[in-house]
Design a protein around this ligand. Structure first.
Ligand code: HOC
Length: 377
């Protein structure tokens, strides 16, 4: 289906026309009253940018590198579950589009494609998102496979000891379509070879009491997870470790003292704790705590090139892009995702030009319009 979209705002409406309701609701919704989801989308609008003039912006270099992972502009695709619900090529198509655009792709543990399938895209900048499940032998197996297959970093999601309550999924009795598989997670059942566990898995996919996803999550995810996971992971892998879902400066400091290599300031797209602040609300305090010692990435509500520019001007090293990628995938597979990434990239380039920036190091806090400063000049 090739529906046209010229920006990342109108794409959601287009995707809603082609996706089954249960799937669109799963991708698009947030937890409880959706107040954090809505706040994420408004967060960037409160900042204005000051145009700067006469700065020769005929050549703009947007390329960057984070933890040695290069990107053609400071965006990575966020880890998102079950992408074959959007398109039969799922995560493989998304990874291919990222490869073409030269931006990193983060593969979710809850993927419909295997680590091997995604690695076969040949994309040199793949990262593996980890949901830590109770069976650490299986977790170690995933991490080692990812490292062997050339993945460049681990992104551990730490804001989901339980799944946030997504009321749309409860109402719809969300269940992954039965022709799809969770190809990474299911290796758990192969390893254990245990009939009781298999039986439990069948039960956990049961959506008779609401969201089947929530039930599966409860049955597998390890809610006892604590900071000891970081030294344990260090015994399993030499890959850089990125913590995703850090919102407190105290947690950012703790992450650094545990030797974490980067953090993602994130409220999980408004899907976990409702009424959590936005990433931009907490970014200044987190940056203050981190003191430039590790890269700080942000996500939540990025829809425009100016949003990327604002995040960088406020001190982030890069941003993660989420839902628009799924919508592009739903509309036109790999081409749809490529188009989404290209639109954002061109918008970002234009935003750099119009603020007088020809390289990323030109993007500084003084681009954020501050009426107090202006009146004192
Ligand atoms: C099968 C369980 O991060 C989300 C995801 C969680 C995926 C759980 C999938 O929906 O926010």
């Amino acid at each position: 289906i090739n529906r046209s979209f010229i920006n990342l705002l109108e794409i959601e409406e287009e995707a809603q026309k082609v996706l089954p309701r249960m799937i669109f609701d799963y991708y698009s919704s947030g937890s409880e009253s959706r107040s954090t989801l809505v706040a994420n989308l408004k967060a960037f609008a409160q900042f204005k940018l000051t145009p700067r003039v006469l700065r020769n912006v005929s050549n703009i270099n947007m390329a960057t590198e984070i933890l040695g992972i290069s990107s053609s502009f400071p965006v990575m695709v966020a880890p998102m579950a079950m992408q074959r619900m959007a398109h039969p090529d799922g995560e493989v198509a998304s990874a291919q589009a990222c490869k073409r655009a030269g931006i990193p792709f983060i593969l979710s543990t809850m993927s419909n494609s295997s680590i091997e399938e995604v690695a076969s895209s040949g994309h040199p900048s793949l990262l593996f998102q980890l949901y830590v499940i109770r069976n650490r032998e299986v977790v170690a197996g995933w991490v080692k496979r990812a490292q062997t297959l050339g993945f460049r970093a681990l992104v551990i999601t730490v804001d989901a000891p339980y799944l946030g309550r997504r009321e749309a999924d409860e109402r719809n009795r969300f269940c992954m379509p039965s022709h799809l598989r969770l190809k990474i997670l299911e290796s758990l059942y192969v390893v254990t070879q245990n009939a009781a566990v298999l039986e439990q898995n069948k039960k956990s996919l049961d959506n008779s009491k609401g969201s089947g996803l929530s039930a599966l999550f409860r049955s597998e995810l390890d809610s006892t997870l604590d900071w000891d996971i970081i030294p344990w992971l260090r015994t399993v892998t030499s890959l850089p470790i990125i913590l995703k879902g850090v919102m407190s400066p105290l947690d950012a400091q703790r992450a650094m003292s545990c030797g974490v290599n980067a953090i993602v300031v994130s409220n999980h797209g408004g899907r976990q704790l409702d009424h959590a602040p936005t990433s931009l609300d907490v970014l200044p305090a987190v940056l203050e705590a981190v003191q430039g010692r590790i890269p700080v990435i942000v996500d939540g509500g990025i829809r425009r090139g100016t949003d990327v520019l604002k995040a960088l001007a406020l001190g982030a090293s890069a941003v993660l892009l989420g839902r628009p990628v799924l919508y592009g995938l739903a509309l036109d597979g790999e081409h749809g995702v490529a188009r989404v990434l290209n639109i954002l990239k061109q918008e970002f380039k234009l935003a750099m030009a119009l603020t007088g920036c020809s390289k990323l190091s030109d993007i500084s806090p003084d681009l954020i319009f501050n009426p107090k400063l202006t009146s004192h000049l």
